[in-house]
Design a protein around this ligand. Structure first.
Ligand code: GDP
Length: 195
């Protein structure tokens, strides 16, 4: 897929009505700081279109990026940030659930997990949530450049063991620094929206 244009089109707050889009949607979910903005910016060849984590967990919005006037990237708010209140966390949950439940155009959900660490309980909950809503998430193991080559397979195995994804689940290691994994992810998106 060649990125010809990318712009932030809609930002939905906690109580906003989600837009009824006419184009396929590709969603990105993951814990705060996992590298979600870096992935989105990397896929789009942009430095700072997607928000960065200067205030992780503070921005509880769902952002719709219009890509090529062909599809949307939907950036779901990051979870698991320790310093947000229980109230905000509950609102976050409702918002993400509402999105997964009501989107009619959602074709693919990427769940981002840091390749360095064992997935958290929240990662497992998020995975199960996505599956319960009828989607099979593709896992992106982020920050690939931060571990040694010899560690990659071992760490991917730990992710599989903890998440217990459905059979056939794809895990794509990705680095925002080297862009390794980028073409595979873009190809997957292209294939999925063509289906
Ligand atoms: P978000 O909260 O999930 O949107 O995370 P960000 O994309 O803002 O990334 C959080 C931090 O991790 C930032 O300091 C990034 O520069 C860093 N980061 C993200 N992806 C990578 C990566 O692939 N490699 C390295 N070395 N650092 C990364």
């Amino acid at each position: 897929m060649i990125i010809k244009s990318a712009e932030l089109e809609t930002v939905c707050g906690i109580t906003s009505t989600l837009p009824e889009t006419e184009m396929p949607e590709i969603a990105f979910a993951g814990k705060s700081n996992v590298g979600k903005s870096s992935l989105i910016n990397g896929l789009l060849n942009r430095k700072s279109l997607a928000r960065t984590s200067s205030q992780p967990g503070k921005t509880q919005t769902i952002n719709y990026y219009n890509i090529n006037h062909d599809l949307y990237f939907v950036d779901l708010p990051g979870y698991g940030y320790a310093q947000v209140s229980v109230e905000i966390r509950a609102k976050w949950g409702k918002m993400v659930e509402r999105y997964l439940h009501t989107s009619k155009q959602l074709r693919l959900v990427f769940l981002l997990i840091d390749i360095r660490h064992e997935p958290s309980e929240n990662d497992c909950i998020m995975y199960d949530w996505i599956v319960k809503n009828g989607y099979e998430p593709v896992i992106i193991a982020t920050k690939l450049d931060k571990i040694k080559r010899s560690q990659i397979q071992k760490n991917l195995k730990i992710i599989r063991q903890k998440i217990q994804p459905v059979e056939g689940t794809i895990i794509i290691p990705f680095s925002a620094q080297t862009k390794q994994g980028k073409e595979e992810i873009l190809q997957l998106i292209e294939d999925r929206i063509a289906e």
